[in-house]
Ligand binder design. Structure first.
Ligand code: ZN
Length: 173
């Protein structure tokens, strides 16, 4: 792995900020209302000693088919922003958890109708199937799980007993 240039030159910071902005704006392919930055998938964007942009991403759920697509989209976003020499690296450790989803990202999920994952510190009860998932539409806690798998394997399908609407719950990890 190439050594990353520390803040040696002021211009490096500007370049890096521009690169981060370009990469951070990439939408999640499965849930386009949130970006890879919102989800915490984009770990860092640096400029290496040769001036190449190195973006590091951490896959979400292992085997999630979106991972490859995300790497490709980050690569293309940086190239479209005018960065010629770009690498996207996968960082497997530490492993991604849903705790990395920003508060802004959680709010975007809720507004999109997906119940955001609970912080793991609050979800120990999930092991015993006692997790209360609030309806993203009306906020009711009177919800029931319909299926372990929603529109994608990363989500479970729930139904709200109050407003009768089905919704996806972004599973905790
Ligand atoms: Zn509801």
């Amino acid at each position: 792995m190439a050594e990353v240039v520390e803040l040696g030159k002021r211009s490096d910071t500007k370049v890096r900020e521009a690169a981060w902005a370009a990469a951070a704006a990439v939408p999640d392919p499965e849930i386009p209302v949130v970006t890879v930055a919102d989800l915490g998938i984009l770990r860092s964007v640096d400029i290496d000693a040769d001036g190449a942009v190195v973006a590091r991403v951490t896959p979400t759920y292992s085997g999630c088919p979106a991972t490859r697509m995300i790497e490709q989209m980050v690569l293309e976003a940086l190239q479209n922003a005018g960065f010629g020499d770009v690498r996207v690296e996968s960082v497997l450790s530490p492993a991604w958890t849903t705790d990395w989803i920003s508060n802004e990202g959680r709010e975007k999920l809720r507004q999109f109708g997906i119940a955001p994952p609970q912080k793991t510190s609050n979800s120990k009860r999930a092991l015993f199937g006692e997790t209360v998932v609030n309806c993203p539409r009306c906020g009711s806690a009177e919800t029931e799980r319909v299926s372990e798998f929603g529109s994608t394997p990363c989500k479970a399908l729930y139904r709200c007993k109050a407003c009768k609407e089905p919704f996806d719950y972004f599973k905790c990890l």
